[in-house]
Ligand binder design. Structure first.
Ligand SMILES: Nc1ncnc2c1ncn2[C@@H]1O[C@H](COP(=O)(O)OP(=O)(O)OP(=O)(O)O)[C@@H](O)[C@H]1O
Ligand SMILES: [Mg+2]
Length: 240
């Protein structure tokens, strides 16, 4: 088997005295969209914060392309090419689309900023149209696209996406879903935390089901769709 892009092994994470993630083990294959699926409070955001070094694990190992990243600071992890699209998106509302992108470009230390901007504008034409519009005036779907575009600037080895479809209308969810298919075709590696099982099972190659801070099941879309127990117990989808 080839080395996965990302691997977690025996990861335990705490908020103060509260034990949140229990011996978490998961992998993200290079060039795949891998999903972390679970309900509210299951531990998805905590897992993503743990990978990014924002809430470092108390024990266990996290490796990226075979090198250990657990114990590194968030900015060091970012420099390895791991980019976070946070839940709630983290766009600066008073700044324009382009200013938000340029700010991210500075941090990404891209050698050719103009080419990077063109790259994401080509991927998201709606952002090109709205380049002078302030963040606060964008729709939920446009904001999410801006957040994803930001993560694609510069050298990106892995994108951590935390519930990109949260609070979006079904039509906008479709747009984000198509966006994910597109960046997947471009060869991106993505770890996608989601509650929206339908969308995750469509776009994802592989899935880890998390509940109560523990991985309950790992498999491909077919193996999950065919498992009524997982669908109902962990994903809140009623049986067909
Ligand atoms: N800063 C914190 N301090 C203490 N406990 C926290 C903190 N943040 C989250 N938790 C707890 O950790 C558990 C996992 O939360 P987490 O935010 O990782 O869940 P989630 O799967 O991302 O949920 P959601 O789908 O609602 O975003 C929850 O029980 C939550 O109450
Ligand atoms: Mg969350």
């Amino acid at each position: 088997m080839t080395t996965p892009a990302l691997a977690l092994e025996g990861v335990n994470t705490f908020y103060g005295p509260s034990h949140i993630l229990f011996d978490l083990g998961l992998t993200v294959g290079e060039g795949t969209v891998t999903c972390l699926l679970g309900r509210n409070g299951a531990g998805k955001t905590t897992a993503i914060r743990t990978i990014m070094g924002l809430t470092p694990p108390r024990s266990g190992a996290i490796t990226f392309r075979g090198e250990r990243i657990s114990g590194l600071r968030p900015w060091q992890i970012f420099r390895r090419g791991i980019k976070l699209v946070p839940q709630g998106r983290g766009i600066f509302p008073p700044l324009s689309v382009e200013e938000n992108l340029r700010l991210a470009l500075l941090r990404a230390e891209a050698p050719e900023p103009a080419a990077e901007l063109e790259k994401v504008y080509a991927l998201f034409p709606v952002l090109a149209e709205r380049r002078r519009q302030r963040g606060q005036t964008l729709s939920g779907g446009e904001l999410q696209m801006l957040a994803i575009a930001r993560a694609l600037l510069g050298r990106t080895g892995l994108i951590l996406m935390d519930e990109p479809t949260e609070g979006l209308a079904p039509l906008v969810v479709r747009t984000i879903q198509e966006t994910l298919h597109r960046i997947k075709r471009e060869g991106a590696t993505v770890l996608l935390a989601e509650q929206n099982a339908r969308m995750a099972l469509d776009v994802g190659d592989w899935h880890h089901i998390i509940d109560d801070g523990r991985i309950r099941f790992s498999g491909d879309s077919r193996s999950i769709l065919g498992n009524d127990e997982i669908m109902t117990q962990y994903l809140g989808v009623s049986p067909r």
